[in-house]
Design a protein around this ligand. Sequence first.
Ligand code: LLP
Length: 442
Amino acid sequence: MDKVQGMLLGTQTVNGNGVLEIGGCDAVALAQEFGTPLYVVDEQCLRENCRAYREAFATRYPHSHISFSGKVLTTMAVFKIAHQEGLGLDVSSEGELHTALRAGIPARDIVFHGNNKSRREIERAVIEGVGRVGVDSLDEIEALQEVAAAHDATVDVLVRVAPGVAADTHTHIQTGRVDTKFGFPIVGGAAKEAVAAAHAAPNLKVRGINCHIGSQIMDITPFVQAVRLMVEFAAELRNSLDLVIEELDLGGGLGVRYLPEDRPPSIVEYAQAIADAMRASCEKYDLPLPRLIQEPGRRLAGEAGITLYTVGVVKTVPGIRTYVVVDGGLSDNPRPALYDARYHAIVANKARAPRTTTVTVAGKHCETDTLIQDLQAPEIAPGDILAVQTTGAYNYSMASNYNRLTRPAMVLVANGRADLIVERESLEDLTRLDRLPPRLRD
Ligand code: LLP
């Protein structure tokens, strides 16, 4: 049955009626009960990924800490699950921080990143007492010192460093090169200067350095390279500033399966390579092993998410292609448009039917919003339910209201049970913030 559909992820399976099930729930029944488009989160898959990551590091590099990258799937329920699995959380705006605090995540378990924090965000971070602030500019170091002093607080900081690694991923999501808006490049001395500035600030305590080289990375080599460069930099800081780097935060970036042929490294392989590189590099520079922080996002949530759509129009352009048009698109998944991202899908109500045609899946926006260029599929008809896989990362959290589509609902499924974790937006929600000034009221 796997063969027919190409890939089944997490708890996805095909039941006796040939219908796709996720978390023991019939996908067609979910679409009927909650409407479409619908984001579905496979709780067991999410929990298992969190656990696998934590255990892979705990056994290979005991002094490690895993933090869920909150921007990936920013909902209270998902944050809560990650925290229950023993993970911390990283946020990069006041909105993400607010969501985390409302979910009951203790501030001390939160790392606050972001390359342009507002004064208000800095104040909120200090007042709430977040565990770490990742500082990203000299202006921020100055502002954070000022706010910390005003509140008579000492703030633990990580200094964001650009190690100069170009990972093989879409250029929009390469973030560790020297030419980047994120952090301070090691090359040229800016990173050392920034650490020195933070170290000299009386109300800041430099706990360590952090980097994030990019996302959806399918090869371990650039991560190992980043470890070497970061440890070398830590040694330079010890030698020149007499500063011990207690923590090394490597960010996230490990890739997932979008297509049946994708082969990302396993979490265990990845953890082993990082642990080995940490030991070898620290030994080389005679440094004590720092606490290792990882901030995976996509790898934890990506494959746990699936989006259900209802097929509306099926249109053949003779001799060219057949368009299968669904009731969402660019607004619930901007990734194909932004990054040429590719996806795989299953026709949920025909999950065992042989794939005899090739179609293009498009959305309903006033754009050429192709979701899937060439999908091998059974004959598709209006009313079919299409399940696009691996939509747990950067789909809901990057969704918009373009063409004033209401953002989809999200359900959490496990053991045959489905709980609504994000309500579908209503038409009222769409106009809630609009104002008609008196002179426009007839
Ligand atoms: N840590 C930091 C500091 C980050 O900036 C990010 C992601 C992560 C961790 C998590 O990375 P992950 O494990 O998910 O790769 N919107 C793009 C991806 C942007 C990544 C931003 N930073 C996409 O949809 O592909």
